[in-house]
Design a protein around this ligand. Structure first.
Ligand code: PMP
Length: 327
């Protein structure tokens, strides 16, 4: 029996793809981080950042965690805060999906909504408000995942070694997108220490500046940036592969329908990049792509045919679907 739910973070499965890889001679496996209790790779990071803050005395009994995130890190922090008895406040811009806000509140977190249409450095912006709350609330602590080195470190200490052991050292390439870059940097550093020949492939949305593209907006959540975070070591990337929103979403949907794993859009980006890389290879290779989060976060987005069509991200609907839509 586990003492708390936090003990079930990590030790996630590594699952081979069977049907969407048909015709390829090189195997691809997904590291299924969606199987963490909060549904994403970020559970590891949330727990690691809290532990480190406790160790350094930055977070004490009765303290308050304040962060400006609605994403998977928020869910992880809310879960850890619930178990450890901390208060948790998230400051979010008003464009955030209601499901994401409801999810954080479900774990007992407080949510403060700020206006979207203000400059990022304005006091009423989500960062401005989070800064003010952190100054005003005694015992407040801001994890700041983009600069917190406990983030890549936990992947160096857990995710990387798990992948090495689960492949019995046979992994030849690791494919991951970059949000904070914690996952890629930590896993890559460990794997290259074990075998410097392992290729690290950065999977980047079209429009992100990380892979050197022309900046434009994209719809895949959690990866791609318009700046280079402190937690990301770009020197570890051997090659970037750029993937469109349409290809990322289509690939994620195929993983659900052909492999039985309902995962997020950034997993689609990673697997699409892995498939492209694998097409160039033959011989004894083993590619591991990161499965970042659960697809349940996106049922009203790219898993919804109407949403895809409204965002011009899909082929035309079938005649049957067009008739259904009219009825
Ligand atoms: N995919 C999703 C859905 C995420 O939420 C994140 C975290 N931002 C990532 C990928 C990227 O992880 P990392 O921050 O470790 O680069």
């Amino acid at each position: 029996m586990d003492e708390t739910i936090l003990q079930s973070i990590g030790r996630t499965p590594l699952v081979r793809l069977n049907r969407i890889t048909q015709g390829l001679s090189v195997p691809i496996a997904i590291k299924v981080e969606a199987n963490n209790p909060g549904g994403s790779v970020k559970d590891r990071v949330a727990l690691a950042m809290v532990r480190e803050a406790e160790r350094l005395g930055q977070l004490r009994a009765g303290g308050t965690i304040i962060e400006a995130t609605a994403g998977n890190t928020g869910v992880g922090l809310a879960m850890v805060a619930a178990v450890r008895g901390y208060r948790c406040i998230f400051v979010l811009p008003d464009k955030m999906a209601p499901e994401k806000i409801a999810l954080l509140k479900g774990y007992g977190a407080e949510v403060v909504i700020t206006p979207t249409n203000v400059p990022p450095d304005a006091p009423e912006s989500y960062n401005g408000v989070a800064d003010r709350l952190a100054r005003e609330i005694p015992g407040a602590w801001r994890p700041n995942q983009f600069a917190n080195l406990a983030n890549p470190e936990i992947h160096y200490r857990t995710t990387g070694p798990e992948i090495w052991q689960q492949t019995e050292g046979r992994i030849t390439a690791f494919v991951s997108g970059v949000g904070t870059g914690g996952t890629l940097s930590g896993v890559a550093r460990y794997l290259k220490e074990m075998n410097p020949e392992i290729r690290i492939i950065g999977a980047d949305p079209e429009g992100s500046v990380l892979s050197g593209g022309t900046p434009k907006s994209w719809k895949v959540e959690g990866i791609g940036e318009d700046f280079v975070p402190r937690t990301f070591n770009s020197q570890l990337v051997d090659e970037w592969i750029r993937i469109s929103d349409a290809e990322s979403f289509e690939t994620a949907r195929q993983i659900a329908r052909q492999e039985g794993m309902l995962l997020g859009g950034s997993t689609g980006t990673n697997v699409a990049a892995a498939l492209r890389y694998a097409r160039r290879l033959d011989g004894p290779h083993l590619i591991v792509a990161l499965g970042c989060d659960t697809g349940r976060n996106y049922l009203s987005k790219f898993y919804d045919d109407r949403w895809l069509a409204d965002n011009q991200l899909t082929a035309k609907p079938t005649i049957r679907e067009s008739i259904d839509a009219l009825l």
